[in-house]
Write a protein that binds this ligand. Structure first.
Ligand code: DDH
Length: 287
């Protein structure tokens, strides 16, 4: 068997599928959070990509600079070491893949394996060194509202509709007091990718959580779900709300528009050599 390294060796679809399958196989772990690493892997892919600045063309998934301090130490990235560490095991088995391709492929795998839409993904990212780390403050601050959300996402090149579609990722996962300071999941099904974030956001009576932590909202009925100030901004702002209502009413529309926006996010600033037809779209191998 030829070694998968060296000049001239080009990974095939099958090689990426093998990586995908190995990621899919380690998602479940009953001792972690709600039983799955999938949400934290999605967050890693998003935070690796969401540093992009379209003016200076810096940041973005190309580079995987969160491997280094200071980016790993940015407040917004607290807890993502969990995701980077489990992917290190996959990297050891497939040392030819770049971290930046691996992290973004892991986010795609996690979404698809949680029942979400197929996300267009293609390889071609390269890893950069510590000099390419972005300054702190490029990722959103959850204690703020619509003006801040727009500043952050317009900087990346997204519009209002795409912003609302991307935020639907809060259907999965949870906030951890020891990471962000906030506490709790957004939905009752934090390991299933659905449009429930929007439904719950619209249909629930939200009250301020009474506690010593940062300002956040809690549902009056069960007291077990949460919303961040930035999440609430999506129903307070008329333009944003329009899309919240569309996605709450129709999961197919949400899936289509989320897949397009998330695929775009993962590709911001990446100089691909391969065109879109190389895009890897499968979930798992046909068995
Ligand atoms: Fe988020 N997010 N996010 N988020 N996010 C948190 C968790 C997760 C904001 C704040 C937080 C997106 C946008 C925003 C996920 C995906 C995405 C937490 C809790 C905070 C705080 C972290 C912790 O304590 O562990 C803010 C603010 C925004 C904003 O844009 C205004 C987007 C765009 C995505 C995406 O993936 C497209 C996921 C998944 C999690 C759950 C992580 C976990 O470990 O569980």
């Amino acid at each position: 068997k030829k070694p998968k390294t060296g000049k001239g060796w080009i990974p095939s679809f099958k090689d990426y599928q093998d990586v995908y399958n190995d990621i899919a196989a380690i998602l479940e772990d009953n001792d972690y959070d709600d039983g799955s690493y999938a949400p934290v892997l999605v967050r890693l892919g998003w935070h690796a990509s969401g540093t992009y600045d379209k003016e200076t063309k810096t940041g973005g998934s190309n580079g995987a600079t969160m491997r280094f301090e200071p980016e790993a130490g940015h407040g917004a990235n607290a807890g993502l070491v969990v995701a980077r560490d489990i992917l290190e095991k996959i990297r050891q088995k497939h040392p030819w893949i770049t971290y930046s391709d691996l992290w973004t492929l892991a986010a795609v795998c996690a979404i698809q394996e949680m029942g979400g839409p197929i996300i267009p993904w293609r390889p071609g990212r390269t890893d950069k060194d510590v000099a390419a780390c972005t300054p702190d403050g490029r990722l959103p601050d959850a204690s703020k509202e619509h003006k801040h959300i727009r500043e952050i996402f317009y900087r990346m090149g997204f519009n209002d509709q795409e912003i609302v579609a991307l935020l639907g990722a809060h259907a999965i996962g949870r906030c951890h007091p020891d990471r962000s300071g906030f506490d709790g999941p957004w939905t009752f099904s934090p390991t299933y990718f659905t449009n429930s974030f929007y439904k719950i956001l619209l249909e629930t009576k939200w009250i301020y959580k009474k506690w010593k932590g940062p300002v956040q909202f809690v549902d009056q009925e069960s007291g077990s779900l949460m919303m961040l100030p930035t999440d609430m901004a999506l129903v307070k702002d008329k333009e944003f709300r329009k899309h919240v209502e569309r996605y709450a009413a129709d999961e197919k529309t949400f899936f289509d528009e989320f897949a397009a926006a998330f695929g775009k996010l993962l590709e911001l600033g990446v100089p691909f050599e391969k065109d879109e037809s190389f895009r890897f779209k499968r979930t798992t191998d046909d068995e």
